[in-house]
Design a protein around this ligand. Structure first.
Ligand code: 5AD
Ligand code: SF4
Length: 525
């Protein structure tokens, strides 16, 4: 930003820095007369490259550098002394894990965490863009924070995560919520210390959103949410471009971490006493494709299976890249658990074709068959979208029959939500909302039925449960998960928290199991 732009930016804030309403109004007035590009250049201290969807689809393989030399600049190491931060996380496990990184960065800057918005000096909203209702929740929360910011002008409020990668969202924040102090994208997380410093010392909104994914930054600090289960990113981004999905734009192209960096992180978690890790990626089956090493997820999991950590999961899989090597490795069992989440999205080959899923119903069923032959006891779960443009009643019925044919034990089900910038958003969203809701209800009834049936089979059986802590509903009851990801509630002394123990199932419910301790709580890893 040149001197002239800086002056203009300050002019806005100098209207009355403590009166956010007049500040907002004055911004709004100006915004009505200029387009967003001009606005961004002139009035805000910003680096903003809105996602360019055409460009994103054409992206090619380029060398991604891996950096091992990250450190927090010296002058920022104690900037958060005696101050507190709060991060609200929306969306998937990837976001939850990004929050752990941001918490690590803030902790290394001297901040302490708090759950109380009134106590916080920095509030970050780590947002999700996958469906419209996820975005609405965030805008609701932004609205709630305004009075607090009015009361405490020194409070820093930041918006990050997937929504900040969307031009329309950024524009809406600029126009309607100019009290926000900073906006940064999913590729700019490691820049948090510098951005925060700028936000503290500048009166203008600080914005940094790179549309192009950056390099891979290793050794970022992390404050993990728990000490029992840990997430490990194995890759970032997605190149599948399903026609409804915003992720390839908000998260950038596929970049795999180097195997040795992943293995070292898993080893560290094992040494720290973690009992379960989940390997994370938007499309983990594409792991290694960009590395030119002829090394895929199967190879990585084989190495991880040798590490002394009791449980290893992975998510999310794409059926198209689920190869024989991976099935062979998973079938050996050990610490690789018998649960595969394999999003199908629809049971109709025609709908799958327009979704650009790159498999047919028959191919999906063939893959399921192969998996079941290799791992007869595997639990399969899935994601399904109903009400995709032009989805006919018959096509929806094909989803219902596929649900039964595969015997999914659980499914996340969604009503289609057009996302601006994705190919399907340009098509007429021609299924009436009532029809979509009715389809969702019918599908959910079937999902519940199949889940309850799967649970029923456990009655009387003894299962291994990784005990996570008190049940959310009843502090007298402990709660944990089986190898196949079934929640079990049971009474036991708190000393078993963090252990894997045998629990006998006494009652099956639709979504969980009740059980009792088998004799003494002996760890059974
Ligand atoms: N509308 C509805 N559901 C969606 N998903 C992704 N994009 C959309 C959308 N535009 C669902 C898919 C995916 C899950 C994470 O979210 O089922 O697997
Ligand atoms: Fe989105 Fe998953 Fe398709 Fe990637 S594979 S575009 S993350 S639905």
């Amino acid at each position: 930003m040149n001197e002239e732009q800086r002056k203009q930016a300050n002019q806005i804030k100098q209207v009355d820095p403590t009166d956010i309403k007049s500040d907002a109004d004055s911004n709004l007035e100006r915004i009505q007369h200029i387009d967003s590009d001009e606005l961004i250049g002139k009035y805000f201290q910003a680096t903003y490259e809105p996602p360019n969807l055409k460009k994103a689809k054409k992206r090619k393989r380029e060398d991604v550098k891996v950096h091992y030399d990250f450190s927090i600049p010296e002058e920022m190491k104690s900037i958060g002394k005696d101050k507190k931060f709060l991060i609200r996380t929306y969306g998937c496990q990837m976001n939850a894990h990004d929050t752990e990184v941001m918490a690590g960065l803030l902790t290394d800057m001297g901040y302490e965490s708090t759950d109380d918005t009134n106590e916080a000096d920095v509030i970050l909203l780590n947002t999700c863009a996958i469906r419209e209702n996820a975005e609405n929740k965030v805008f609701g929360e932004i609205g709630h924070l305004k009075p607090l910011k009015l009361e405490k002008p020194d409070l820093i409020v930041g918006v990050c995560g997937c929504m900040s990668q969307e031009e329309s969202v950024v524009n809406k924040i600029l126009k309607k919520h100019p009290f926000i102090d900073m906006i940064f994208g999913t590729h700019n997380i490691h820049r948090l210390p510098s951005l925060l410093k700028e936000a503290m010392f500048s009166k203008a909104m600080v914005m940094e959103v790179w549309s192009k994914e950056g390099d891979i930054i290793e050794n970022l600090p992390k404050v993990r949410k728990g000490k029992i289960k840990g997430w490990v990113n194995i890759m970032y981004g997605c190149d599948k471009f399903c026609t409804y999905c915003i992720v390839p734009y908000t998260r950038g192209k596929e970049r795999s971490r180097m195997p040795e960096d992943i293995i070292q992180e898993v080893r560290q978690l094992a040494a720290a006493g973690y009992k379960e890790i989940t390997l994370l990626g938007q499309n983990v089956n594409a792991y290694g494709k960009d590395l030119d090493m002829k090394y895929g997820l199967g190879d990585l999991m084989e190495e991880i299976s040798k590490i002394d950590i009791p449980r290893v999961r992975f998510t999310t899989s794409h059926p198209r890249d689920f190869d024989d090597r991976l099935i062979e490795v998973l079938s050996k069992g050990g610490n690789l658990l018998d649960h595969i989440h394999l999003p199908v999205q629809s049971g109709s080959s025609e709908v799958l074709r327009v979704m650009a899923r790159r498999y047919t119903r028959e191919e999906y069923l063939k893959l399921v068959d192969k998996i079941r032959k290799a791992m007869p006891n595997t639990t399969l779960t899935t994601d399904i979208i109903v009400g995709f443009p032009n989805e006919s009643d018959e096509q929806f019925e094909e989803t219902m029959t596929l649900m039964e044919e595969v015997g999914f034990e659980s499914a996340y089900t969604y009503i289609y939500s057009p996302r601006e910038g994705t190919p399907s958003a340009k098509w007429e969203d021609n299924i009436p909302m009532e029809v979509k809701k009715e389809r969702l209800q019918r599908l959910n009834a079937l999902v519940n039925k199949q889940s309850a049936e799967a649970m029923q089979k456990y009655e009387g059986q003894t299962v291994k449960v990784l005990v996570e802590g008190e049940s959310k509903k009843n502090p007298d009851v402990l709660s944990g998960y089986t190898e196949r990801n079934k929640m079990v509630n049971f009474k036991a002394p708190k000393s078993v928290i963090g252990k894997i123990i045998d629990v006998k199932i006494t009652k099956a419910k639709t979504w969980s199991l009740d059980g009792e301790l088998v004799k003494e709580a002996v760890e059974v890893n």
